[in-house]
Design a protein around this ligand. Structure first.
Ligand code: ASP
Ligand code: MG
Length: 407
């Protein structure tokens, strides 16, 4: 007998038949003697549809009202799932974020959970009900509806699991787990049985979009074991868990890539203290997140600074940087959207030397030029020309022994 939190993503609840499948699975877990709480996303496409609707009204929808609108997506699903369960004769009750009292701050469209009141949930569970909770939404101290940012239902599920001290948080999706790399790019990608929170955080941040990053941070902090698996099959998925002793034996656990960044170079800036602070200060004031940064010495007393920003922020970044560059003595600003970032990730890098060198060697053998490099304790990233990105993923995946045996 365990307390199980199950989260079903948009495709898993995409139509009535799929909702019936979800209901059957949740009911089976309950019949096996578990307490079951289900967190659901909006039906696939629903959130995008609501956003599009708002933009037909105005270019800049008020954020409080946006959250009132977006929260309806998940409210539809909890009602449909609870109805399905009840029609099957299974006791169930739906709850919105506000009904549970998933308390958040007031940062509309990107709120953070501060506390979860478990009393109502526990009461319903103790009556033998399956509790169906709306993901992605909460309520602030003033009673306003809030949402947690795109993909936020993962975070709802893990946060509820943490608050209830659940035995497991199962995340049901349309893939059967976390892969060594994107199977669409590399057909020799393998499903991982287990991966540590830290590796998952690095993989999520470099483009493997299986879980919302914040849900993994939550899981790590509160030690919630996550089981990522498919709602369309019974096979075991991938466990995201605390680091285990033998995990370091594997040097590289995954290869990730990201084609959503653009490169900006500011040339001919004075080589003296305070310049980097000036440039990156201006960007951070506009909430632009800078990723890889490289500074190199140019001629005389001039240097150049190259960095990456999300492609969607490039225009904004240039409008911030160009005046700063002029102010710094006519430095020239260039940008390039034809780049991509490939990263290798693994906790084993802590105890193995030469991993970065091997990565550079593998890329060079393919004639791939490395434009920028950045590293962390368990990750090495290279920015390269976008046209080589998929090739880079495949050769690195092979070179670090991740590919499944052929045949
Ligand atoms: N429905 C929300 C979205 O599409 C939240 C989620 O699915 O996790 O982003
Ligand atoms: Mg998702």
């Amino acid at each position: 007998m365990a307390l199980v939190v199950q989260k079903y993503g948009g495709t898993s609840v995409g139509d009535p038949e799929r909702i019936r499948n979800v209901a059957r699975r949740a009911a089976r877990y309950r019949a096996e003697g578990n307490d079951v709480l289900v967190v659901v996303s909006a039906m696939s496409g629903a959130t995008n549809g609501l956003i599009a609707l708002a933009h037909q009204i105005t270019d800049l929808p008020d954020e409080r009202e946006m959250d009132v609108l977006l929260a309806t997506g998940e409210q539809v699903t909890i009602a449909l799932l609870a109805m399905t369960l009840l029609s099957l004769g299974v006791p169930a009750v739906s709850m919105t974020g506000a009904q549970v009292r998933i308390l958040t701050d007031s940062a509309f469209t990107r709120a953070r959970i501060s506390d979860i009141d478990t009393a109502g949930i526990r009461a319903a569970l103790s009556q033998g009900k399956i509790v169906v909770v709306a993901g992605f939404q909460g309520v602030d101290a003033e009673g306003n509806i809030t949402t947690l940012g795109r993909g936020g239902s993962d975070t709802s599920a893990v946060a509820v699991a943490a608050a209830l001290n659940a035995d497991v948080c199962e995340i049901y999706t349309d893939v059967d787990g976390v892969y060594t790399t994107d199977p669409n790019v590399c057909d020799r990608a393998r499903k991982l049985d287990r991966i540590s929170y830290d590796e998952m955080l690095e993989l999520a941040s470099v483009g493997a979009k299986v879980l919302q990053i914040r849900s993994v941070e939550f899981a790590k902090k509160y030690r919630v074991p996550i089981h990522v698996r498919s709602s369309f099959s019974e096979v075991e998925g991938t466990w995201v868990v605390e680091e285990e002793g033998n995990m370091e034996q594997v040097v590289v656990s995954g290869v990730a890539y990201d084609r959503n960044e653009a490169k900006v170079t500011v040339r001919g800036v004075p080589d003296r203290p305070g310049i980097a602070a000036r440039i990156f200060g201006a960007l951070s004031e506009k909430n632009i997140v800078v990723d890889v940064i490289v500074q190199d010495v140019g001629e005389g007393d001039r240097a150049s600074m190259t960095f990456t920003v999300p492609k969607t922020d490039l225009k904004k970044a240039l409008s911030v940087i160009e005046p700063v560059a002029r102010e710094l003595g006519g430095a020239e600003v260039r940008s390039d959207t034809g780049i991509g970032k490939v990263s290798i990730v693994g906790v084993g890098m802590r105890s193995h030397a030469g991993v970065a060198a091997k990565m550079f060697d593998v890329l060079s053998r393919e004639g791939i030029n490395i434009l920028m490099i950045s590293t962390s304790e368990i990750k090495v990233s290279c920015v390269i020309e976008e046209k080589y990105l998929e090739l880079a993923v495949r050769v690195l995946h092979d070179a670090f022994g991740l590919s499944k045996e052929e045949g």
